[in-house]
Design a protein around this ligand. Structure first.
Ligand code: ADP
Length: 418
């Protein structure tokens, strides 16, 4: 059976994001966590396989090695026709990478000289005009993303963000060209290739632009970007499979919410939940010290709560800056992630079967801790955030990237958990 697209996602919420968009188009999508063993055979039915890595904040060498291992498996074992490198629609990266290094490595490995970058996700307000990234009409570097704890985005020009990450040449297909249609896009791609361009950034302001791009690009062996183009690519071709339910039957939900994102939207979502439901704010001093008693205290509190408990490290930009200067940015992040990781294991053992997690890195940590390997995709809670179900255990997960969803996200997620 043919896998139309093999996706390599640089974080877990990014993987569920694109899997959700493809699944909404009727595609059968299988989500795998972490890089598959090189020799692992593929016998499942799927229009797309999405592999989630936690490679966004790794050293570039490690991110490249893992991404290439996925590339090899997807092309050799799963025989995917097209490879899509999925990153965040806010182009989350640092001057070291990893978007540039991974894209360059995928090009070198596949023998393709050019990769198209389409981060736009108009449904979630992420648009690209003249190569500048906007979030709800505001330049990326004024959208709150300039305060991100791991990858503060200090520029909105995609070419400028890529420049320190690659020695490759960048070029643009602008909105005017896209509005001229597939033929004009193909001509422009040809011209950019002749000019030695490796990284082609594409503008997109609307779903229609994404659909035009999908028609122009669906034959290319290698693409990169956000989930918007992924959904548009799926919309172009019907699923090869009849709809089926591959879920393990679930008992009633016992839910916990973990929030490790400090995005503006997550702050609002946490505040909305706190106003009505039980919540516990992470004590950073105890979290940093790795205090085992603290984990016991949190577990006992969560278990005793009759309704869904929220445990959050989410904080304002000002407070985050203070914490980071006191403890060091990576020490603080690692401590928060370690806390959620340990809590996930303990709460699973205590009977929790449903985890709602806010934050891309935070979600990656939780999924790794829970040792989830293979997931199927359920209903969308918000654009880019579907419920996902462990294919082997009674375990449901909602993994939310920082700014996704609206204020009622934590409530809506629980209403939709089937
Ligand atoms: P997002 O999806 O918003 O980018 P992530 O989970 O990817 O969220 O990243 C947020 C990072 O910030 C994580 O590494 C998390 O551990 C860290 N973090 C969260 N809360 C705090 C805090 N109070 N102090 C320091 N770091 C924090």
């Amino acid at each position: 059976m043919t896998v139309k697209i093999g996706v390599i996602a640089d974080d877990f919420t990014g993987a569920t994001d694109i899997a959700g968009f493809m699944s909404q188009q009727g595609w059968r999508v299988v989500l795998l966590t972490g890089q598959p063993q090189a020799e692992m055979p593929w016998n499942d039915d799927a229009d797309a396989i999405v592999i989630s890595l936690k490679s966004r904040s790794l050293d570039p060498e490690e991110a490249v090695a893992r991404s290439l291992a996925c590339y090899r498996w997807l092309t050799e074992q799963a025989r995917a026709l097209q490879i899509y490198f999925k990153y965040c629609s806010t182009f989350d990266s640092t001057p070291r990478g990893n978007i540039g290094p991974v894209s360059d490595a995928l090009m070198a490995h596949s023998g393709v000289p050019m990769i198209v970058h389409c981060p736009a996700l108009p449904q979630n307000g992420r648009t690209v005009v003249h190569g500048h990234l906007f979030v709800n009409g505001t330049l990326l570097n004024q959208s709150g993303m300039e305060n991100h704890p791991l990858n503060p985005m200090k520029d909105a020009r995609i070419a400028a963000l890529l420049a320190p990450q690659t020695t490759g040449k960048t070029g643009l297909i602008d909105l005017a060209t896209i509005h001229l249609g597939q033929g004009a896009i193909a001509d422009r791609l040809h011209a950019l290739r002749s000019a030695g361009v490796n990284h082609v950034i594409v503008d997109a302001l609307s779903e229609e632009d994404l659909n035009t791009l999908a028609q122009a690009l669906y034959c290319l062996p290698l693409l990169a970007g956000g989930s918007g183009l992924g959904g548009a690519l799926a919309a172009l071709r019907p699923s090869a499979y009849a709809p089926g339910d591959d879920r393990v039957p679930m008992p009633p939900a016992r839910t916990v919410i973990f929030s490790g994102s400090c995005s503006l939207m997550t702050n609002r979502q946490v505040n909305a939940w706190k106003a009505q439901g039980p919540s516990h704010r992470v004590d950073m001093a105890r979290c940093i010290s790795g205090d085992e008693d603290y984990i016991d205290t949190l577990v006992a509190w969560a278990v005793a709560e009759p309704t869904t408990p929220l445990i959050y490290a989410t904080t304002s930009a000002g407070e985050l800056a203070r914490i980071q200067s006191q403890y060091g940015e990576s020490v603080a992040s690692a401590a928060v992630e370690a806390l959620f990781s340990r809590l996930a294991v303990r709460l699973l053992a205590s009977g929790f079967n449903t985890f709602i997690v806010a934050g891309g890195e935070t979600s990656g940590t939780v999924v790794e801790a829970l040792q989830v390997k293979k997931l199927s995709v359920g209903p969308a809670i918000a654009p880019g955030v579907p419920w996902v179900y462990d294919r082997e255990r009674q375990l449901s997960l909602a993994l939310k990237s920082g700014n996704f969803g609206d204020e009622a996200f934590f409530f809506r997620a629980q209403e939709l958990r089937a």
